[in-house]
Design a protein around this ligand. Structure first.
Ligand SMILES: Nc1ncnc2c1ncn2[C@@H]1O[C@H](COP(=O)(O)OP(=O)(O)OP(=O)(O)O)[C@@H](O)[C@H]1O
Length: 286
């Protein structure tokens, strides 16, 4: 008898009908409306123009929404944890250890008054309760893993002494050293130049694949997401208009996704003018 086909892996994250609103004098501003998706051990991109709700979605999953924001959902589940019910105290130990976020500019995420090595080592000591000596060895190993050539020298540097690309690799090592099962990377490479960006992305890709981590990759750049991710969520005005395998993007059904694809410049088919994206108020009705 042939083996029965393997069951699909359980999702690491399930988001069902999540909405996020910001109170204002004229009523609640809906930033994210009724979004549903799940993440398995895969790379899933969230793409959409500025203000479409990508970062708000990522922050709500980490329970890092700005004060006052109202998050509602039918389900928001990370592994066995109900994120709608978890206490802030429990969330403190989940963040960093089991789910982590990589932001655009490492300078805002790294502590400016601690050396690189101290802060990565502190993460290890905090989460794994190991000695300072073991934490140092693990930190040096991780810095080497993200292709930092002279880890002992970099260990003693302060964040302002490292370049953008190195800062982002340091962030990746700090976020991955605790072996989280979910990483949310919000525009992690948009402040980097093209060659450094490729290098950082390939390090992130290797680590995520090797450790079987689920990755949510938030970006404006459809070309980048298409080449880097397995699946793509397309957001427009707070809603998900389409979720599609990256390999199937050329067959996207939604006119907004088709518009985004048509607006991309192409070396194979140069054009005098790029298409302007048309919008339809009906897309907001979802
Ligand atoms: N703290 C806040 N208070 C009020 N409104 C907010 C706040 N943060 C975000 N918003 C609003 O929520 C909406 C979604 O914003 P969000 O930052 O999630 O979009 P985005 O797709 O990530 O955009 P970008 O690509 O520019 O980062 C926008 O209309 C934004 O103005």
């Amino acid at each position: 008898m042939p083996d029965p086909s393997p069951l699909p892996l359980d999702p690491i994250l399930t988001v069902r009908n999540m909405s996020v609103g910001f109170p204002s004098l004229s009523g609640t501003i809906p930033a994210v409306r009724d979004v549903s998706f799940s993440v398995r051990r895969e790379k899933i991109g969230i793409i959409g123009e500025s203000g479409s709700g990508k970062s708000t979605t990522g922050r709500a999953i980490m329970r890092l929404q700005p004060p006052g924001a109202i998050v509602k959902a039918d389900a928001l589940r990370f592994e066995e944890i109900d994120l709608l019910k978890v206490s802030e105290k429990d969330m403190l130990s989940i963040r960093g250890r089991r789910m982590a976020m990589i932001l655009q500019d490492p300078k805002y995420s790294l502590n400016p008054v601690m050396t690189v090595g101290e802060q990565i080592g502190e993460t290890v000591m905090l989460h794994e309760k190991v000695s300072r000596r073991v934490a140092r060895e693990r930190t040096l190993g991780m810095l080497e893993r993200v292709q930092i050539r002279d880890p002992r020298r970099v260990f003693d540097l302060y964040p302002h002494e490292v370049s953008g690309g190195m800062g982002q690799r340091i962030m990746i090592s700090m976020m991955l050293i605790a072996s989280p099962s979910l990483i949310i990377a919000d525009e992690p490479t948009s402040a980097l130049d093209v060659t450094v960006r490729q290098q950082v992305l390939s390090i992130l890709d290797d680590l995520v694949t090797e450790r079987d981590i689920g990755l949510i990759f938030i970006s404006h750049d459809l070309n980048l997401v298409r080449s880097f991710c397995d699946r793509v969520i397309i957001m427009y005005a707070g809603r998900i208009v389409e979720t599609i395998a990256a390999a199937d993007l050329d067959h996207a059904k939604h006119p907004y996704t088709q518009g985004l694809l048509n607006a991309l410049p192409s070396l194979d088919h140069p054009r005098d003018r790029l298409d302007v994206l048309a919008r339809d108020p009906a897309w907001l009705e979802g």
